[in-house]
Design a protein around this ligand. Sequence first.
Ligand code: NAG
Ligand code: NAG
Ligand code: NAG
Ligand code: NAG
Ligand code: NAG
Length: 536
Amino acid sequence: MLKLFVVFGSILACCYAAEPAIKPTKGEVWPKPQEQETSENYLVLQPHTFSFKGPADIGCPNFLNDAFTRYWTIIATLPSQQGQLSEVRGRPQKKFWEADDNFVGYLDSLKVELIGACASEAVRPDLGDDENYSLTISNEGSTLSASTIWGVLRGLETFSQLVYLEGESLVVNATIITDFPRFPHRGLLLDTSRHFQPVYIILQNLDAMAYNKFNVLHWHLVDDPSFPYVSRTYPELSEKGAYHPVSKVYEQSDVSKIIEYARVRGIRVIPEFNMPSHTESWGLSHPELLTACYFNDQPWHAMGPLDPTKNTTYTFLNNLLTEVVDVFPDSHIHIGGDDFSSYFCWKRNPDVKAFMSDNNISSYEQLANYFFQNVISLLDSLNSKYLVWEEVFLNGVTLPNNTTIHVRADGGFDTLAAVTKAGKFGVYSGCWYLDELSTGSDWQKFYECELLDFDGTDEHKKLVLGGAACMWGETVNEYSIMPRVWPRASAVAEKLWSAQDVNDSEAARPRLEEHGCRINRRGIASQPPNGPGVCL
Ligand SMILES: *[C@@H]1O[C@H](CO)[C@@H](O)[C@H](O)[C@H]1NC(C)=O
Ligand SMILES: *[C@@H]1O[C@H](CO)[C@@H](O)[C@H](O)[C@H]1NC(C)=O
Ligand SMILES: *[C@@H]1O[C@H](CO)[C@@H](O)[C@H](O)[C@H]1NC(C)=O
Ligand SMILES: *[C@@H]1O[C@H](CO)[C@@H](O)[C@H](O)[C@H]1NC(C)=O
Ligand SMILES: *[C@@H]1O[C@H](CO)[C@@H](O)[C@H](O)[C@H]1NC(C)=O
């Protein structure tokens, strides 16, 4: 509390101590675990004696050892990142705990148990993986236990967050946690078409995603403004369609680096190739793919969405998607499908009209249906599952029940209700557009949005697989994206992981204050969440 005493016109700061507006918690976990008991008793962790004790003979020692190294480094460098160096330099610490009744012992190791075997070093995360874990920190032995390596990764993240600095020492309270995600699909959309984002920015975001238990990078890779993906089959797409053919592109080696970096953090990479709209950049090298727009029956300067009437469009898409499904090993791709429903250029193009009358297609909805049926059968033949934006569903395109509809419009609850009532899966982004900025750090509006607040039965609500925070790229480049996304996306992370009743943003504030500082220390340029403050 700031107290100023005005004495005879001079300001005397009597009882003033500089303090943050919101005092951060210590060793609280973000997103909040499903079940947690914490004691006042604590253990002291000395980095030079601490180690993870992995399971013997579980099939993927390298995968686990790399994760142990990442988390050991995060924990062990905590004192030095706080500017407190005696521990790292091996000088004796002040052992305040020796005279403290709550001190119950040293934490020399965390035993990691894997109940199921790990199939191989090359194992990939997929939709519906078991990410459950349980974690016990006690002076009688500390254990992290999970059925899968994905659960181990989530548990290691939690463990790293339980450890905090007291004075110059690392302490961790005696704790019992049983944890699991509320939803299987917890995504962040990054748009690399409107502004190119260098590979290092994507990797930083993957780190931050792991610190928030996100598990899907929805890579909105290409769009109208630019085509930065270097295709093996059609290299001219980026040669002509990228902002720069060499410096503003993702080479195949960049893409595999990103996918691998994500994989070992338990994050899936789902690329989006948005169609039929948002394809202007494709037309810079392949104008024949696009529908020519007409105005007053004359060809106009604009080119519309992909031309659904030409067989060559589908030949091209077949070649491109065959490559994409090979390059991106995830079970799903996102084929977009937003913003096509004005049918502006389709309506005005005489060849499209002729095709429709020749093929007994009497509405533009039917024409869109024809387009998507062709794309869907391509994907079925490639054995790839897919997500589409809500417009595809709302325009009455015939979709199999196991399609996932990505609901994005403001609010969007009516759409989510309709999608699940129709037996389709839903992924929700309606109130999680990170490009929508209000004043301050404005994360509460994301936090206070409950995705299951729509009219539907329990059966319908079960079809909601989760959601994604969307960082559309108009107003962010490599210099501004990190603080725009973080910690605002952390609010969404907690909605998607934690229990439904974890919904009080005032209660969340001190934990988010700590979490923001925590990811700052780990190198993420997260903006302050709660007004005046300081990370100590
Ligand atoms: C386009 O493909 C359809 C279906 O395979 C076929 O019936 C039609 O003749 C083809 N059109 C052209 C112009 O090749
Ligand atoms: C054209 O479509 C309409 C309804 O969409 C259908 O009733 C009609 O039989 C079709 N005609 C031909 C020649 O396929
Ligand atoms: C959807 O289900 C059908 C029939 O069960 C199956 O053939 C198809 O592969 C599935 N597609 C997806 C995208 O899961
Ligand atoms: C799709 O889901 C709806 C609603 O649950 C159901 O009525 C319909 O029979 C399902 N269709 C198929 C092909 O399973
Ligand atoms: C938060 O969750 C509680 C318990 O489920 C519920 O009663 C309350 O209405 C929720 N509050 C908001 C703002 O959603």
